[in-house]
Design a protein around this ligand. Structure first.
Ligand code: SF4
Length: 349
């Protein structure tokens, strides 16, 4: 697959009255054509700041890009002027947010908003733009698009508004769509519909998607690869199967054990949570950012930042447990135990 975006050693800080918040620390990853890459982590992990950096949507100041590069087809986004960024936003990289009501203009019909997004980046006649906008409404499965074209955002339900946002984001055929918690404000059934819609659209128009979420359950059927962030750093990355079944990081184990599953029941019927709070990014720890919450923490964890250990093909984990001299700890998640049990049963048959 062709690489379309490269993020190299990105460092983003916010300068506040209280001091420097080191929100993103030495983050590197690639995005390939046509794939869905999920970035997962709790609030404050740096995932949204990373995503917004890709189209320079963090307000500057207080945001400051301290180091690194974001290469879109080889050109560094961080070198672009605001005017150049306005051309990139929407036409090359589209974005949808958690709450469509705050992104849509309440005083403008949805049809006009789609047309406006299209005409900002492409020279098309108004009549042609209307046709394209109607086609987009059809594509995102808004029933009766001719009628709904002239309606205002408040006349749409939450799920329908998110469909409109997707139509606006995709109307110029961007190569990359960034979806920042696109289903968090929606109920579970609508969540599934929006995720299915994004998946179908991606197959049709071959856009690459970066899906930002705090919920690993959301990405299971949508993403091919997952990056797990914690304390402004990437702590694990790999394919969806590697992260779900062969994870090698205690933070990912915690996330996995907190996802409700119909096929896995704990004896006490309770979901696990990760005790404690994320690190203070005014003064991030010199060692592993997860050390204060990690039941496996060793002496070295607090002293030295773990490197990215290669734990499989394109699977990396920044955890000292992967060092050859570290104590052997098996993946303790319910999902890994279930898999091991199934493997044993299959061998015995
Ligand atoms: Fe836990 Fe140490 Fe691994 Fe960090 S490096 S996740 S503290 S075992």
């Amino acid at each position: 697959m062709k690489k379309i975006l490269e993020v190299k050693n990105l460092e983003v800080s916010f300068d506040t009255y209280a001091g420097e918040v080191q929100a993103v620390r030495d983050v590197s990853f690639d995005l390939y054509e046509g794939e869905t890459l999920a970035i997962v982590g709790e609030s404050g992990s740096g995932k949204s700041v990373t995503a917004k950096s890709l189209i320079r949507l963090n307000p500057e100041p207080p945001a400051r890009y301290k180091a690194g590069e974001i290469l879109l087809h080889g050109e560094n986004i961080l070198d672009k002027k605001e005017k150049e960024m306005q051309k990139i936003r929407g036409s090359k990289i589209g974005m949808i947010f958690q709450d469509p009501m705050t992104s849509l203009n309440p005083t403008m019909t949805v049809g006009k908003q789609i047309i406006e997004a299209l005409m900002k980046h492409q020279k098309v006649a108004k009549s042609e733009a209307r046709k394209v906008a109607l086609e987009m409404l059809r594509m995102v499965q808004i029933p009766n698009p001719e009628k709904r074209f002239d309606e205002y955002p408040h006349q749409f339900s939450g799920g329908m508004r998110q469909r409109v946002m997707i139509a606006i984001a995709l109307v110029c055929n961007p190569q990359i769509l960034i979806a920042d918690e696109p289903t968090t404000a929606l109920d579970v059934t609508i969540q599934a519909q929006i995720l299915d819609l994004m998946k179908n659209l991606q197959e049709k128009i071959k856009t690459s998607i970066i899906l930002i979420t705090h919920d690993l359950g959301v990405v299971a059927h949508s993403a091919q690869r997952i990056i797990v962030m914690y304390g402004g750093k990437i702590v694990e990355s790999g394919t969806t199967d590697q992260i779900f079944y062969k994870s090698r990081h205690p933070y990912t184990w915690g996330l996995l054990n907190s996802v409700p599953r119909l096929d896995i029941h704990k004896e006490d019927g309770r979901l696990d949570s990760i005790e404690g709070t994320p690190p203070d990014l005014f003064a991030p720890p010199q060692g592993c950012p997860f050390a204060d919450r990690c039941e496996y923490a060793m002496e070295i964890c607090r002293k030295k930042m773990p490197p990215q250990f290669e734990t499989g093909e394109n699977h990396h984990s920044a955890c000292w447990l992967n060092h050859e001299f570290a104590p052997k700890v098996e993946n303790p998640t319910q999902i890994a135990k279930k898999l091991q049990k199934e493997e044993v049963q299959m061998r015995e048959q």
